[in-house]
Design a protein around this ligand. Sequence first.
Ligand code: NAP
Length: 282
Amino acid sequence: MRITGQTRLAGVTGDPVAHSLSPLMMSHWIAASGLDAAYLPFPVAPTDFSDFVRGLAKSPSVSGLNVTLPHKEAALALADKATPAALAIGAANLLTFRGGEIHADNTDADGFLAALEPAEPDYGNAIALVLGAGGAARALVHALLTSGCATILLSNRTRSRADAIADEIAPEAEIIDWQDRDEALARADLVVNATSLGLKGGSELELDWSAARKGAIAFDSVYVPLRTGFLRGAEEAGLQAIDGLDMLIGQARPSFAAFFGCDAPHDPPVRPVLLDALGGRS
Ligand code: NAP
């Protein structure tokens, strides 16, 4: 990588940020595009977040930042402008710096829809079951709403968090008690794990796949490990299983375009690069 006086800069900030695949992904696309640009990781504590972002936003060399945990809500709060997606989700994963203003967006919903695209979901006739009610679930529910999903079933261990999503962004969603999730699974054309269950070193999401619809789509937002118990169960029951890595790639593409003014190239593909990096973590 060659840094010049004109190099465009962007990065990702979180606490911690060392695990982030974004620098690898963005650097791959920068090299493939031949851009004079660099993308760097910035570990920043919550107490320093606002000063850090506001300071960086003052430099014309810096296009913006991706934001990961635990700063996503704070990123939305400090922005001068926010997209409808960021406002609906209540968090931002993308800040762009434009003429002294900080603009917030959330591209997780785009990433989810991009990951599902090859399975060609018929959203207009689909019953979707979303398991979880944290930040990821909120983004996925927003994505389903913007895609015209016919019916959204929402189930979370802590029911009040699912109720809050329904109240705030999805009043027509049907809330399912956590202990009744298997009955809802039997109705679903699309089932989504938006909990953190299945993450490496943690517990798996327990589901009775025997009643699930064959040919339905099962999507797991978890990507470490890539093959979770959720995806194995879905596949064995005859569902189409989609892992969380394509959502990660799909949420990064709009960020790349916002930072560097061109689309992230599809060739050479970035997924093998990330799989290689994940090899040591799965
Ligand atoms: P979060 O806000 O902390 O929410 C965690 C969710 O998991 C909550 O619904 C929580 O339920 C549920 N949960 C945790 N432990 C549980 C247990 N033992 N039993 C039942 N439910 C449990 O996290 P998040 O930001 O939404 O992230 C969720 C997952 O999505 C993470 O694995 C994250 O890595 C992944 N993600 C992936 C992408 C991607 O690009 N692929 C993007 C964003 C997030 P309660 O409300 O009851 O605690």
